[in-house]
Design a protein around this ligand. Structure first.
Ligand SMILES: Cc1cc2nc3c(=O)[nH]c(=O)nc-3n(C[C@H](O)[C@H](O)[C@H](O)COP(=O)(O)O)c2cc1C
Length: 175
């Protein structure tokens, strides 16, 4: 299988997850292309059977470079997006985010996961999983790493989280 591992990370948490995803995919013997989103890259997304797409949550939304990239790709693939979005057999996507959830927990992150998956859903990929991983705040909101709705999230994603992610990826590749 040809797999795209697309992510955006501003402070490094999602990059750790994406690295783990790449490791698990390679262990399973598949070809993987890992790409950090920037607004001006070009991607031949329909060339991939499986897509992992992940991002941190910033003010309830994905990072701007990922949003811009999705917007550009939506324009590029306009002709491929058909009414009622018929499925493309064999194409699958896994959407995830890392988030701090400091105020309202996972509710802050839902829009990011739903938004990030829509380009692929429109193109007929089946969204086979949506994952939410705690990611500690870096910078001025660090108090939320202990006072927030998720409880203590300092240091996350930690070794245990990364091991769990590795195992989830191995399992989802069998779907
Ligand atoms: C400026 C900023 C804004 C953030 N806004 C939110 C937010 O609205 N909701 C949330 O759950 N987490 C928020 N976070 C926490 C990040 O989503 C979390 O730390 C994530 O793992 C960051 O991913 P990254 O390190 O890959 O960029 C914010 C973090 C920063 C630095």
């Amino acid at each position: 299988m040809k797999i795209l591992n697309l992510y955006y990370s501003a402070t490094g948490n999602t990059a750790k997850v994406a690295e783990q995803i790449e490791k698990a995919i390679r262990t399973e013997g598949h070809e993987v292309t890992t790409v950090k989103a920037t607004k001006d890259i070009d991607l031949d997304i329909l060339a991939y059977d499986y897509v992992f797409i992940g991002c941190g949550v910033f003010m309830w939304l994905p990072g701007k470079p990922l949003m811009k990239l999705i917007n550009n790709l939506q324009k590029k693939y306009r002709e491929e997006i058909k009414s009622a979005a018929p499925r493309r057999p064999g194409k699958k996507a896994i959407v995830y985010c890392t988030f701090g959830g400091g105020h309202t927990g996972a509710n802050e992150a839902v829009a990011v996961v739903k938004y990030s998956g829509q380009l692929f859903d429109h193109l007929g990929y089946e969204i086979i999983a949506e994952w939410y991983f705690p990611g500690e705040y870096h910078g001025k909101h660090e108090n939320l790493n202990i006072e927030g709705r998720l409880g203590k999230i300092s240091g996350r994603p930690n070794e245990g989280d990364l091991q769990e992610i590795y195992e989830k990826v191995i399992a989802i590749l069998r779907v």
